[in-house]
Design a protein around this ligand. Sequence first.
Ligand code: FAD
Length: 263
Amino acid sequence: MYEFDYHRATSLDDAAGKLGDADAKLVAGGMTLIPTLKLRLARPSQLIDLGAIPALKGISEDGDAIVIGAMTRHAEVNRSAVVKRAIPALAAMAGMIGDPAVRNRGTIGGSIANNDPAADYPAAVVALNAVVRTNKREIAADNFFTGLFETALGEGEIVTGVRFPKVQAANYQKFKNPASRYAIVGVFVARSAGGVRVAVTGAGACVFRVPEMEAALARSFTVDSIKNIQIPQDGLNSDIHASAEYRSHLVNVMARRAVAACG
Ligand SMILES: Cc1cc2nc3c(=O)[nH]c(=O)nc-3n(C[C@H](O)[C@H](O)[C@H](O)COP(=O)(O)OP(=O)(O)OC[C@H]3O[C@@H](n4cnc5c(N)ncnc54)[C@H](O)[C@@H]3O)c2cc1C
């Protein structure tokens, strides 16, 4: 490793103030950031640890929604009685992330700020039509994930939490990489009074929705209604794990499984 200053922030203002310094970088659980530093893919002069900021922690019910603080670990979301009752599919999804070590360190804020193309949370955030809260504003899910490892977060902006509206039914199905457990393809389906949302992760550069499936499911929330909807292979990921053709096929299979599991 090379030298850098480490600062354990005690409040959001403290963290935001330090973030103004040149090359400063936030650290949540370090699950992505520390390997990135070891590989010299980033060389921040200062690390600002968000782990001691009480305002970023915890899960609470807020009327017809739940709010999850940015520093909440995946294992906490998985175990939470509040999440299990309000949006069981979200608790189950958190339990599918990585392995126990990753789930005990990794955070929802770090996951969505990083926006790995194969991460699970982006699919949940988009399908559940969540709102990302930052120290500066609120960002609708559809506007938050903007590209490969890119988000709408600006300079000095810190994710403080995510507000998930409760839905009538939801399910997440993931075809995982057996080594990393990241999604080769993951599909999150959510049905609410406002309609149906289908969000796909792992298949492209960034999470995306499938409007044709959403319209078909809004007309008839059945497996049969989407069985013939194949997404185009153009622009899908193709790598040693799966071809674009296979990923396109998997999107349909995972979506049908998710609809079936919604009951
Ligand atoms: C072996 C392994 C397997 C994994 N498997 C999966 C998987 O199956 N599914 C999956 O979805 N993920 C998986 N992950 C990713 C993991 O779940 C973490 O969520 C992810 O690595 C981010 O980690 P972190 O929360 O510790 O954030 P960090 O690594 O600390 O930070 C990541 C990035 O986000 C920024 N950041 C952190 N918090 C904030 C904030 N509040 N506001 C703004 N920016 C912030 C940091 O500056 C950094 O750029 C895996 C990771 C590993 C190492």
